[in-house]
Ligand binder design. Structure first.
Ligand code: PMP
Length: 442
């Protein structure tokens, strides 16, 4: 059965692919049939270096035996158990282990199945929290331009990527957006956090002044905006946001779906920046991307505020059929053990300087107008071809894939976020491949 599926099916029409130019793709499909550690194998037998951890998720590399075995064992023991008014030990155990690695004060975990669901859950917790505290007028949500918070209605509404929003009507009302922090002319070729732009956080004061704090529930930002092209916050920016939120009783949500589980060289971005949010969304790396799962971390005071009503009452009317799914939890526990045993949650710190120098060596490659990096993530921004945005980076992506490197592009930005098991030689290989691709395109 599995071998039969190593071959490309003749008919590709039924599967409507997500976030994909379907017509173009199906004329010249790119297919992956196997993976191990740092590499994919294509259906024509080529090895491709994974420069993106799949979709920013396979932080420990592919097909790690410990994780595979844990899934196999759990699937044969307790495959599924009802998630409501019923428990199974592994979900409680996994929540405990997650809290152990979480930033100080984030003591409770709500399980979901994806980043998008984590975001919806976080927004609903924020709204409901204010209500249980007797501040039900706090309903307004604030996101940020160029933010990506998944594709469900709440996340699309607080998100700030125009292509993701424009087809879907008015979305949620009562949503404002902070300005994005991508100051290309001032901060180009920054290493780590850029110098300029902390004052952009003060825009939150402007929004508060416009609507009054008593109407605002929460601010949600990605500490480092991933999908919009690795936009790193200016020095002091997140601290300033935290201060303004505290001043006005507004909850701060960090969407750590990409930055969580070691991407920046610390377990979470909150650790890197020394700023702890009230709610933190995660997914992807929580199971090494292997089984769909998300986890929302919540500050004790927020959780406890829900625990004050009559004991027989459900405290929070929200949840998913697969919240805390046993197989996902087994994958997650094995993932966490792998991260710990191999020091992966801090590997980005160890390799960060090498990664930084390697990426910035591309400064003089053709078309490059910015390079930025933090932990084990980075971006190379290309000058767009007038009237044909996205074309140049996508051509580089195709060329790199042909030559044996998987990277990701968004607009005219190449984003790189390799598995945290990467070696220095493989970092050099990524950089050589990117240079080769940039030399080969117009
Ligand atoms: N939030 C952020 C910051 C993300 O990067 C993503 C996915 N790239 C999501 C939410 C949505 O996650 P999912 O695709 O698992 O729904």
């Amino acid at each position: 059965m599995l071998e039969r599926l190593d071959k490309r099916p003749n008919d590709l029409s039924a599967f409507w692919m997500p976030f994909t130019a379907n017509r173009q793709f199906k004329q010249a499909p790119r297919m992956l049939v196997a993976a191990q550690d740092m590499h994919y194998t294509t259906d024509d037998g080529r090895k491709v270096l994974d420069g993106t951890s799949g979709l920013w998720c396979v932080n420990a590399g592919h097909c790690r035996p410990k994780i595979t075995e844990a899934i196999r064992e759990q699937a044969g023991k307790l495959d599924y158990a009802p998630a409501f008014q019923m428990g199974h030990p592994i979900a409680f155990e996994f929540a405990n282990r997650l809290v152990d690695v979480a930033p100080e004060g984030l003591d409770h975990v709500f399980f979901t199945n994806s980043g998008s669901e984590s975001v919806e859950t976080a927004l609903k917790i924020a709204l409901a929290y204010h209500r249980v505290k007797g501040e039900g007028s706090r309903t307004r949500l604030i996101g940020r331009e160029r933010g990506y918070h998944g594709v469900n209605f709440g996340g699309t509404s607080v998100g700030g990527i125009v292509n993701n929003r424009k087809m879907f009507g008015t979305l949620l009302t009562g949503v404002d957006h902070l300005p994005h922090t991508h100051l290309l002319t001032k901060n180009a070729f920054s290493r780590g956090e850029p110098e300029h732009g902390v004052e952009l956080a003060d825009e939150l004061e402007r929004i508060v002044a416009l609507h009054d704090a008593s109407t605002i529930a929460a601010v949600i930002v990605e500490p480092v905006a991933g999908s919009a092209g690795v936009l790193i916050p200016p020095k002091g920016y997140l601290k300033r946001l935290r201060e303004i939120c505290d001043k006005h009783g507004i909850l701060l949500i960090f969407d750590e779906v990409i930055t969580g589980f070691g991407r920046l060289g610390t377990p979470f971005a909150a650790d890197y920046f020394g700023v702890v949010p009230d709610i933190m969304t995660t997914a992807k790396g929580v199971t090494n991307g292997v089984i769909p799962m998300g986890a929302v971390f919540v500050r004790k005071e927020i959780h406890d505020a829900f625990m004050t009503g009559p004991e027989h009452m459900i405290e929070f009317f929200h949840g998913y059929t697969y919240s805390g799914n046993p197989i996902a939890c087994a994958a997650g526990l094995a993932t966490l053990e792998t991260y710990k045993e191999e020091g992966l949650l801090n590997r980005g710190e160890e390799l960060g300087a090498y990664w930084e120098n390697a990426l910035h060596s591309l400064k003089d490659a053709p078309h490059v107008i910015d390079i930025r990096n933090i932990g084990l993530v980075g971006a190379i921004e290309l000058e767009p071809i007038p009237g044909q945005p996205t074309k140049r980076a996508f051509s580089a992506f195709l060329k790199a894939f042909e030559n044996g490197l998987l990277m990701r592009t968004t607009g005219d930005i190449i984003a790189l976020s390799p598995p945290l098991i990467i070696t220095k030689d493989q970092i050099d290989e990524i950089v050589d491949q990117v240079r080769k691709a940039l030399n080969a395109i117009d």
